[in-house]
Design a binder for this molecule. Sequence first.
Ligand code: IPE
Ligand code: IPE
Ligand code: MG
Length: 223
Amino acid sequence: MPPMHVAIIMDGNGRWAEGRGKERFEGHLQGVESVRTAIKSAQKFGVRYLTLYAFSTENWGRPAEEVEALMDLFCTCVVNETPELIAEGVRVRIIGDKEGLSTEVRMHLDKIERDTEGGETLTLLLALNYSSREEITRAARLWNAHPDTTFEAHLYTNGIPDPDLVIRTSGEQRLSNFLLWQAAYAEFYFTPVLWPDFGEAEFKTALDAYASRDRRYGKITNQ
Ligand code: IPE
Ligand code: IPE
Ligand code: MG
């Protein structure tokens, strides 16, 4: 069985560009190609939920020109990719603090969520201005105000099954404030491949690694 939900920390765009003597932005641009491939691969291999970590709350600390370029790229991508996402039956949902984004970015994100609402083959969660600690403290506040509900109902991922597999590219082996609650029983796959080089073959290799894992959830094998 393929993992139902794959979450990816798309890392290494900057290093990909620097290694080629290019501006970091070129790496982000090339990373968009990998996003397209990942969406297609997820569909091809039967993954139902794909979460992509696109921008963390900590990423605001980068040089202003890189942040601006990334925000522009999000807007352009949303506009350019929407028709194909609709055609492919992909439903887009944003996780993260939308209020902290500019009105323009927020408008584009609201629009893609609305336009792809009918998608049924794959749910694509884009983590944008996302911080897992912010998500958890926010949920705690909301839960406190609505004690008759469940805690999970107040997470951005409400209604989405937990990730089965978390992939991180570029050799780093950390979560960087990503899905701390939801990844409690996820399998982890780390690869030195940089995000712009992560294609269908790498996606398949990660799924194969996942298939060989024994998920025991605290029990013993075959219990
Ligand atoms: C990941 O690539 C993309 C974002 C965080 C937006 P990086 O930009 O972090 O690339 P490296 O880690 O500097 O190589
Ligand atoms: C994590 O990558 C965030 C995204 C992929 C959007 P970073 O490159 O920001 O993470 P650190 O700083 O190396 O932990
Ligand atoms: Mg990085």
